[in-house]
Write a protein that binds this ligand. Structure first.
Ligand code: MG
Length: 388
């Protein structure tokens, strides 16, 4: 039995308090994907304050209220009073405490947000950008794909027309890759896939089904995507159908991506070792944080599986993903290789747009890696008050 002790070496800055901010914003129009329509965006921001008053920020992905409550009831105890730099110790104490009952779920989302805030704090206290703490960015900017083209409650021909206009805006803004939603119904899905390809013959396109299909449907859809030169097919199947993922992948050439609903290296191990994915998409605000994201990436790398983080919250989570991705090892690496596209959510989200004093620059489809300490972003206090 290993016991963890407080380190008495090094920086002695301790965590003074954790505050959570549950933010909500109603959307102008419902935002649909294969499972339901969002009518609001809601998430928890985590503010960790050190003894000297320095604050670090993180966010949680997934249902907001349970994550907020889990921070208060389950995680806070293990963090307040601890050394800010002891992110591994803190992670393992929380993991060990809830191993019997909560290896997956809101407690892990809560820990993810707190871990992210601690990494931001470590950067601010040392004056180093997160990418430096993570081992050094190989690039100054990261290629992004625009996530959009959600379903709207419209007649389908109108929806397809609107989707084409939306994609045109992303192309106009400089994006070289766009991810669309499928999984509405097979007729519509095929139409939208083909319409996008016909309108944008040279654009890199990906399609996200949010686990809408049976194995047979996913096979059929995968062939439609292949015929139209799509780059990856995201969450074709239910996240627990690992054997079906492996079967599907063995019959298709289009890359299979999944993992936004998975957590920890142990969850990702099952997803990866069954052989059903080419690309995993851990969300650093959900998978166990930056600390666990690094382990998931090392695991994936050993299996030759690519990693590109899922990010669907505010600029805080996007900044974490950006630093994390900029430090990605080449897989497999070559002179003229480029990083895999990083997700840049462009769907309606007033929280994402307003919660930072200054949004992260995305220029010509590339996100510029911040060089200021920590995540390199500042929270807009007025927006915090407005959305609570
Ligand atoms: Mg997705």
């Amino acid at each position: 039995m290993v016991e963890f002790h407080n380190s008495s070496r090094g920086e002695e800055m301790r965590v003074a308090q954790i505050q959570t901010h549950l933010l909500r914003s109603r959307l102008k129009r419902p935002l649909g994907f294969s499972q339901f329509y969002y009518r609001e965006r809601a998430l928890v921001l985590v503010e960790v304050t050190a003894e000297d008053g320095t604050t670090g920020w993180g966010e949680c992905y997934g249902p907001a209220e349970p994550a907020q409550e889990a921070i208060r009831a389950c995680v806070e105890n293990f963090v307040v009073g601890q050394n800010v730099f002891d992110t591994e110790l803190i992670w393992h104490r929380v993991w060990q405490r809830y191993l019997d009952h909560a290896r997956h779920g809101p407690i892990m989302a809560a820990l993810s947000g707190v871990d992210m805030a601690l990494w931001d704090l470590k950067g601010k206290l040392t004056g180093l950008p997160l990418h430096r703490l993570l081992g050094g960015a190989g690039v100054e900017k990261v290629p992004c794909y625009a996530t959009g083209l959600y379903f709207r409650p419209l007649p389908e021909d109108e929806l397809i027309r609107e989707s084409l206009q939306e994609a045109a805006r992303y192309v106009e803004a400089g994006f070289r890759a766009v991810k669309i939603k499928i999984g509405k119904n097979l007729t519509f899905d095929r139409q939208v896939v083909e319409a996008l390809r016909a309108a944008f013959p040279h654009l890199t396109l990906m399609a996200d089904a949010n686990h809408a299909y049976s194995l047979n449907e996913a096979l059929w859809m995968g062939r439609v995507l292949e015929d139209n030169g799509y780059f990856f097919f995201e969450e074709p199947l239910a996240p627990h159908a690992l054997e079906d993922y492996a079967l599907l992948r063995s019959k298709l050439e289009v890359a299979i991506a999944s993992g936004e609903s998975e957590q920890t290296r142990f969850g990702f191990r099952r997803l990866i070792e069954t052989g059903g994915v080419d690309i995993v998409q851990p969300d650093l605000a959900f998978c166990g944080g930056i600390s666990e994201g690094l382990k998931i990436r090392a695991l994936a790398n050993a299996f030759g599986v690519d990693v590109t983080p899922h990010a669907w919250g505010t600029g805080i989570g996007f900044a974490a993903a950006l630093h994390f991705h900029a430090v990605a090892p080449p897989n497999p690496g070559r002179l003229e290789g480029e990083l895999l596209f990083l997700e840049c959510d462009c769907s309606e989200n007033p929280l994402r747009e307003q919660v930072l004093s200054e949004t992260i620059a995305v220029e010509d489809g590339y996100a510029v890696v911040p060089n200021r300490p920590g995540l390199g972003v500042e929270v807009n206090q007025e927006a915090l008050a407005k959305f609570q």
